[in-house]
Design a protein around this ligand. Structure first.
Ligand SMILES: [Zn+2]
Ligand SMILES: [Zn+2]
Length: 253
């Protein structure tokens, strides 16, 4: 059986750690600076991502989730020094809108879990961040700086990360090649469009999503923005409007 984590090097100091044995095909990104490293998302929490990270760097690591959904914070327990957006703090303190049972069903859904994995011990991560973000911060890793963008829509405190010097845009669940989710009560279709307007305006040379194919055309955020603008003009950018299919992606409202 293939290993749980698949690690690929994107540049000499940037890695993607993927979990292809779950249907969500989650990606976490490790950005290594001269002084410290940033781990964007910590994955499903089924296997120990800390051991993978330690194979790649011995620098201090700060974890930041693109948002507080279970599939992006599963490894936070290994990184007590993590940052989170203010809008999602209640979800780290017992107020996540799904039950533990529902989350466990999603963990096992279309998942080739390791034999020794016990779903009964799976808990959605809860904790207190070392730093609370609002969006607009610049994170200095030593020799590389990462901008924090507040991009709500998929979730209220969703973050994208922009490394301007390289043209790298880390898009989390805002932009990826598959069905985007903007139908749960905690999503906001209008905010989703506003966030796409913001990221589409950046001169991204590479778009790095949190799920599915890593081969994302840099023009995808612009295509999504245009599609959502059209839905808005038609009065369809609202909860309950249905699922709309496009070339290589869809949005469920
Ligand atoms: Zn999500
Ligand atoms: Zn996700």
């Amino acid at each position: 059986m293939r290993p749980w984590f698949t690690t690929e090097q994107l540049s000499p100091d940037t890695w993607v750690i993927s979990e292809y044995r779950h249907w969500e095909e989650t990606h976490c990104y490790l950005l290594i600076g001269e002084d410290r490293a940033l781990l964007i998302d910590t994955g499903l929490g089924i296997c120990n991502i800390y051991n993978e990270v330690r194979k790649l760097t011995d620098k201090p690591v700060t974890a930041i989730a693109t948002h507080i959904h279970w599939d992006h914070i599963g490894g936070h327990k290994y990184f007590p020094r993590f940052y989170a957006h203010q809008a999602e703090l209640p979800w780290l303190q017992g107020e996540f809108p799904l039950s533990a049972e529902t989350v466990r069903e999603m963990v096992l859904d279309r998942c080739e879990a390791p034999e020794d994995f016990d779903i009964n011990t799976y808990e959605m991560f809860q904790g207190t961040p070392a730093r609370i973000l609002q969006g607009g911060e610049t994170l200095d890793l030593g020799g590389r700086t990462i901008q924090v963008l507040h991009t709500p829509g998929h979730s209220p405190g969703h973050l994208c990360f922009w490394e301007e010097a390289r043209g790298d845009l880390y898009t989390g669940d805002l932009v990826y090649l598959d069905t985007l989710f903007a139908y749960y009560p905690s999503t906001d279709p209008d905010a989703y469009l506003a966030s796409l307007e913001a990221v589409a305006a950046l001169p991204a040379r590479r778009v790095l999503p949190a799920h599915h194919s890593l081969d994302v055309p840099p023009a995808l955020p612009t295509q999504m923005r245009d599609a959502l603008r059209q839905l808005k003009r038609e009065g369809k950018l609202r909860h309950g409007a249905g699922t709309f299919q496009y070339d290589g992606w869809a949005i469920w409202l």
